[in-house]
Design a protein around this ligand. Structure first.
Ligand code: ADP
Ligand code: MG
Length: 678
């Protein structure tokens, strides 16, 4: 039985392999290879393509492989500190090129006049020189060369020999259901893994990748499903007995009518809350679509059931803003408290006490709400706003706080559903696809630094019309100190231009009370312009602000730019976003161009994902995404969805319990065990 826990069956050990002595064992262990299974699953991280190309198609500076006849005897030259160069000429596709090899003296032996060889190297088109990295006499040899990360411990050729002999020693347990193999035209594992080590053609390698990736994704999805089933069990406490009459009455006091989209998501959420199962729902809606009021309605409902809600936001400023606007919305109808790290001493103790006693209905704060010893009387709903960087761990913490508390994640960054599930667990998704009535799309322009005067004129125009303007300062990642210096400089120049007492400054080094004061003055229109580092990034709501100017915009990621832009366009006035930047990199240019072309958060988020990859997107550490060997969540996104559907089917139909699939079930159970030990 024991052996079945593994993918492979073998009676052999590493030391039984040909050519593997104690020294090799030591090196293999350093690479975390302890068994034949480990060895066989130590897959290449990439493949060098050494397919011969036509020189006329080759781009300058590209790494290419060409084939041709050597027509001049190789010349060896030595220069300083034992360095050497071997050069010769060869005829490639009717072009005479020079080939140079640095510090590879053995080339002189191989490169004989009249011989036809393959050369791989970097092509310098202007000088017609190939700077060689590899020369090969074997013209028929493989053109796809696997690259392993061997840390210089083992030679690649020896490593490949070990793998080759390992394949003779093992049987790879098939575990994919036959019908899936047929349906998706997959290869069996044995063939896929072998091809990944010893690729025979692009096409075959692709097929091997596909098959292996599917295995990984299916296992992952099965694991997630089972894990969620374990977590799901009973949650009797999650049912909320709200008073629908009072909720409706509250909605009718709002200063505006809900959009149809808002109504629909409110219904979806309420349906969940009525249910025995704990709610785990993601609410997506572009910036400005009105998620906060949805949250407010839900928390109101909890109050009518005599239960508590917590609203978690990423920054203190945002917590304060939310608390304030909730007070306005609710009036005297319920008790709201704000808990941030700057609330200390007696005041804090008092809040914690009344929270535990149940006198507070709604508490707003940063993630300190769940990480600190905060006790609730009866927490029934936790809402997180703009917190998609929250990962699996926080999710768990959060759930444990409120026994069976319902959870609602709100985000303006639309995450493809399947990805969201990977991070947040099994969840339902609601989307607000519609903006409140009368909103005009934000006009986004890109200005170069030398056009700053034009930007100032536009700023002046908005101010004259009675509107307000955000100015976001350059971001200098290395030093917050420099960020502040920059902000102060810009602040002073704006003061000169727009009046010393009409411009406010906001940056990360200010005390919370100072920030508050500045933000309040902006909110009350005591300032026309606010200069800020990215602290206003998320959530801040000043509907009278109609223009946002972002300096050095190319330094910000797409999601951040979109969030920043979402600070305006919150009223029926036409709003503007001006990106200032002279980007040098292609991605910088691309980013600014995309921003001027679309205001659709979904398009932007997909682009962002494409440009940065999922690790960055979610914050590498906390994402809870597994390390796949071959599968890539962005590139293989479709396959992830397919795997998800198939996993559901296998579980729901009971097929997973059939004797034919005992191998698969065992594998999932092994993975689950590993997961629970984390
Ligand atoms: P976000 O989804 O970015 O959190 P907010 O909830 O902050 O958006 O809402 C943006 C602005 O739109 C706020 O000023 C809010 O009061 C207003 N708003 C929300 N819903 C509506 C609506 N149905 N009609 C008009 N204005 C609305
Ligand atoms: Mg918001």
């Amino acid at each position: 039985m024991e052996q079945n826990q593994h993918l492979l069956t073998t009676d052999s050990k590493l030391e039984d392999l040909k050519g593997v002595g104690p020294k090799s064992i030591e090196h293999l262990n350093t690479l975390n290879i302890h068994s034949i299974e480990d060895l066989i699953l130590y897959l290449p991280y990439k493949f060098e393509d050494e397919t011969v190309v036509n020189l006329h198609d080759a781009e300058d500076k590209a790494k290419i492989t060409v084939q041709g006849e050597i027509y001049s005897a190789p010349v060896l030259a030595h220069f300083g500190r034992g360095k050497s160069k071997v050069s010769f000429h060869m005829m490639v596709d009717n072009v005479a090129v020079k080939v140079e090899f640095f510090n590879q003296m053995y080339v002189k032996r191989i490169a004989e006049t009249g011989k036809t060889v393959k050369v791989t190297g970097k092509w310098n088109k202007a000088r017609q020189i190939i700077q060689g990295s590899k020369i090969n006499e074997d013209l028929a040899g493989v053109s796809l060369v696997p690259q392993y990360s061997l840390k210089g411990l083992i030679k690649r050729a020896s490593f490949r020999k070990m793998i080759e002999s390992a394949f003779h020693e093992v049987t790879i347990q098939p575990f994919l259901p036959v019908q899936l193999i047929e349906k998706y035209k997959l290869w069996d594992l044995n063939q896929s893994i072998y091809e990944l080590h010893f690729p025979t053609s692009h096409q075959h390698l692709q097929q091997a990748r596909r098959s292996f990736a599917f295995c990984e994704l299916l296992l992952f999805q099965l694991k997630m499903r089972m894990l969620n089933q374990l977590e799901q069990k009973d949650a009797p406490n999650s049912k909320v007995h709200y008073d629908i009459k009072r909720v409706k009455a509250f909605i009718s006091t709002l200063p505006f009518d809900l959009t149809d989209a808002q109504k629909q998501v409110v219904n979806e959420i309420f349906r969940d809350m009525k249910h025995e199962n704990r709610m785990n729902r993601l609410l997506q809606g572009d910036v400005g679509s009105g998620k906060t009021v949805v949250a407010a309605i839900c928390m109101f409902a909890l109050m009518t059931a005599g239960r508590q809600s917590a609203l978690m936001v990423p920054t203190e400023i945002l917590a304060e803003q939310h608390a304030e606007s909730l007070v306005q919305l609710y009036g005297e109808q319920l008790n709201i408290a704000l808990l941030t790290s700057s609330i200390k001493g007696k005041k804090r103790a008092l809040i914690l006490e009344s929270l535990e006693r149940g006198d507070i209905d709604v508490i707003v704060g940063t993630h300190a709400l769940i990480s600190e010893p905060v006790k609730f009387h009866d927490l029934g709903l936790v809402i997180t706003d703009e917190q998609h960087r929250f990962g699996v761990n926080q999710r768990k913490l959060l759930r444990e706080k409120g026994n069976d508390a319902n959870v609602l994640f709100m985000t303006a960054t639309p995450i493809p559903r399947t990805l969201a599930i990977s991070v947040f667990g099994e969840l339902d998704v609601s989307t607000i696809k519609q903006m409140p009535k009368g909103r005009k799309p934000i006009i986004t322009e890109w200005a170069k630094h030398e056009e700053i005067e034009l930007v100032h004129e536009k700023t002046a125009r908005e101010i004259k019309a009675g509107r307000q303007v955000y100015v976001i300062c350059p971001l200098i990642e290395a030093s917050e100190h420099l960020d502040v210096k920059n902000a102060v400089e810009i602040y002073e120049s704006y003061q000169v231009r727009f009046g010393a007492d009409r411009v406010g400054l906001l940056h990360g080094k200010m005390k919370a009370e100072e920030k508050d004061e500045v933000m309040n003055k902006f909110q009350n229109h005591d300032f026309d312009v606010i200069i800020s580092t990215t602290v206003v990034e998320v959530g801040v709501n000043v509907p009278n602000a109609t223009m946002i100017v972002i300096y050095d915009a190319e330094r910000f990621g797409l999601s951040t730019l979109h969030q920043l832009r979402g600070r305006v366009g919150r009223s029926s006035y036409q709003s503007y976003c001006i990106l200032i930047g002279n980007p040098e990199s292609e991605t910088g240019i691309e980013r600014l161009q995309i921003m001027t072309q679309t205001t659709d958060g979904f398009v932007l988020s997909e682009k962002d994902l494409e440009m940065r990859g999922p690790g960055d997107f979610f914050g590498v550490k906390q994402s809870g995404l597994p390390d796949f060997k071959i599968a890539n969540i962005v590139e293989d996104y479709r396959m992830l969805e397919v795997a998800r559907d198939e996993a559901s089917e296998l579980i729901l139909s009971g097929a997973l319990n059939a004797p034919e699939l005992s191998n698969l079930k065992l594998r999932v159970e092994v993975e689950l065990k590993v997961h629970q030990l984390d």
